[in-house]
Design a protein around this ligand. Structure first.
Ligand code: UTP
Length: 417
């Protein structure tokens, strides 16, 4: 232990982060060990670099941005739809289709105490239903419809893994069989204050936070998920967040569209509510699929339309994407870039006072799943109807809140029993 302590101390001195050990003596043996392990695992050079990046003005690479072509699910002819569907159904029935739910986020905007997936949504007369249960029902329905096992993988974070797995255990894995529900934990990175010092959490340990939904590929590789999928013969993997209660996670049309168009990935979009809506949209960047943020797009581009009057950059990315296992394997070979977000983070100060900030005080570093699109040659984009496939629970109230999601969910259920 002493050796480890000395090593950690040395490392902290080198990077001027000595304060991480100030509560060391007050910790119990087991926590001391945990703290030392945390410190030895941190790539301080990476953290220094990420902190420096927060001070640099972000200059967008001079990339060639163009609209990306998409197909509107509604406008497919009966023949096209059937052809896609047949290919997709074959994949599902042959047991080559899996679903991944990303549930490692902190859900800070919603402010629910516990994993976001355990948040209970009001659904009218019946008792409120946890988001995980809603997603499970969607998968169970598809299993029945296609008479196939659809393995479900759930990405958690260190912070919420126990509560998540415990929730599934208590719900008996929704009758899917424990062997068909697999959890994996994503990576974490330390949070730093405005001076670049790593925060200490309330327990006296390093303040860590999940490294963003883009962390999924690395986590799938490191936690053996890709290998497990290959073992099971999985070819197509649908990846979505935990908070879209209308996510159509088992979609043969999307799958068939990817196959017929020889794409290794496909993404669903909903058309922007208006040109100014603050969402990222699918596009082509340097001739590769990408998502451009609303902050990166000019008003002129945002308002541009085609001959049919459709927005050229109107396909919002809704975090509902399908990947071929080979694409996941390739993407996971390299790290995605990290972005920083300035957030409120509870921590313990030098005097031992627990600080609960009312305004943002720390940087969190995250990678985004859609940064992976640029690694692909092409992607099939399918526009779907918002009222049928997109009801996110993000904020405690107002837009994309339990109230709006609940209404969308109930309206949908009325017509799709
Ligand atoms: P959001 O970006 O909306 O984040 O995640 P969030 O954690 O749910 O909420 P805020 O921003 O803290 O309020 C979209 C999806 O990606 C998952 C989330 O769980 C959600 O399903 N996610 C996000 C992860 O799995 N890991 C992360 O590190 C971040």
């Amino acid at each position: 232990m002493d050796k480890k302590y000395e090593k950690a101390k040395e490392k902290l001195k080198q990077y001027k982060q000595e304060h991480l050990l100030i509560w060391y003596d007050k910790l119990i043996e087991q926590k001391r060990e945990e703290l030392l392990n945390q410190i030895l695992k941190i790539d301080f050079e990476q953290i220094e670099e990420l902190y420096k990046q927060t001070k640099r003005k972000q200059d967008f690479k001079d990339s060639a941005i163009e609209p990306i072509s998409y197909m509107d699910k509604e406008k497919l002819s009966k023949e096209e739809r059937t052809a896609y569907e047949e290919d997709g159904i074959r994949v599902i029935k042959e047991g080559k289709y899996a679903v991944v739910t990303m549930a490692g986020g902190q859900g800070t905007r919603l402010g629910h105490n516990g994993p976001k997936g355990t948040f209970e949504l009001e659904v009218g007369e019946k008792a409120p239903i946890p988001l995980f249960t809603i997603l499970a029902q969607t998968i169970l329905k598809a299993r029945k419809k296609y008479n196939a096992v659809i393995p479900w993988y759930i990405m958690t974070s260190k912070e919420n893994n126990y509560k998540t797995t415990n929730f599934f255990e208590r719900h008996n894995y929704f009758g899917m069989g424990q062997e068909n529900v697999t959890f994996f934990i994503q990576n974490e990175l330390p949070m730093v204050d405005v001076k670049g010092k790593i925060l200490v959490d309330e327990k006296g340990l390093v303040k860590l936070a999940a490294d963003g939904h883009g962390g999924i590929f690395e986590a799938m590789r490191n936690d053996g998920v890709i290998a497990d999928m290959k073992r099971r013969g999985i070819e197509w993997v649908f990846i979505a967040g935990v908070d879209n209660v209308l996510a159509k996670m088992v979609d043969p049309v999307l799958t068939g569209m990817a196959i017929k168009n020889k794409c290794f990935a496909a993404g669903k979009s909903v058309v922007k509510n208006n040109p100014k809506e603050r969402v990222g949209v699918f596009c082509k960047k340097d001739n590769r699929p990408s998502v451009i943020e609303y902050t990166e797009i000019t008003d002129e581009m945002a308002e541009a339309t085609d001959e049919a009057g459709e927005l050229l950059y109107g396909e919002s990315h809704i975090l509902c994407n399908l990947f071929h296992i080979k694409a996941i394997h390739e993407i996971a070979k390299n790290k995605l870039p990290y972005h920083s977000a300035f957030k409120k983070a509870k921590y313990i100060d030098k005097n031992g006072v627990i600080v609960v900030p009312e305004v943002p005080n720390a940087y969190k570093f995250e990678s985004f799943l859609f940064d992976a699109f640029e690694k692909l040659d092409n992607m099939a984009i399918m526009r779907v109807k918002r009222e049928e496939e997109f009801a996110p629970v993000k904020n405690a109230e107002g837009v994309d809140s339990p109230e709006t999601a609940s209404k969308l969910y109930m309206d949908f259920m009325k017509h799709h029993k």
